[in-house]
Design a protein around this ligand. Structure first.
Ligand SMILES: [Mg+2]
Ligand SMILES: [Zn+2]
Length: 193
């Protein structure tokens, strides 16, 4: 081993953390059935673009439906496999999925805006937060990003934009960048270098 984790000379990898529901796919509210999964237009192109510029793409998602008993962890994992199957046809893939299975009432540390899953990704993949970004459609995504020092990108996709902006303004949370689609978000991240 040339160096240990935490050595000053060790450069971490750049990652784009992506939310799942409402960001990669229309939010169907407690999606249980992988065959109903559908991605927003341009998502595969956006992910491929980020990967071609050396970014890891890491999905971090709150799946409280597990603890609520609406679906199981295997349903969640099947959806993630399906998501990557769909992306593969567009020459893209998500490098790693992390999900919180808990309901908000459990007050766990992994549910966004908690940062535990992001810290796990940093350990697992050697991510450097200061060179990384988060793309999401909810206040809790942007709040997690602010806590971690990520570039924050709000994606307000068509059919969903008014709701997204309303939630942000009612919580007085502001993202660094607002984009009208996932692909536009990816382009804006690359423009920041
Ligand atoms: Mg979302
Ligand atoms: Zn949790």
């Amino acid at each position: 081993m040339p160096s240990e984790r935490g050595d000053a000379g060790r450069l971490g990898r750049r990652a784009v953390f992506v939310d799942r529901d409402g960001t990669l796919n229309p939010d169907l509210k407690y999606l249980a059935d992988a065959s109903r999964l559908d991605l927003y237009k341009g998502v595969a192109d956006g992910i491929r673009l980020l990967e071609s510029h050396g970014y890891l793409v890491v999905c971090v998602t709150n799946q409280s439906g597990v603890e609520r008993g609406l679906y199981t962890v295997s349903d969640v994992e099947r959806i993630h496999e399906r998501l990557n199957e769909i992306l593969r046809t567009g020459g893209a893939h998500v490098d790693r999925f992390y999900y919180c299975p808990h309901a908000p009432e459990s007050h766990c540390e992994c549910r966004k805006p908690g940062t535990l899953l992001f810290e796990r990704a940093r350990e697992d993949l050697g991510v450097q937060f200061s060179a990384s970004a988060i793309v999401g459609d909810r206040v809790l995504d942007i709040e997690a990003g602010h806590k971690l020092g990520l570039l924050t990108v709000l994606v307000a996709s068509r059919g969903h934009a008014a709701e997204v902006r309303e939630e942000m303004s009612s919580h007085r949370v502001v993202a660094d960048i607002e984009a009208p689609s996932f692909l536009a978000a990816a382009v804006r991240i690359l423009a920041r270098g």
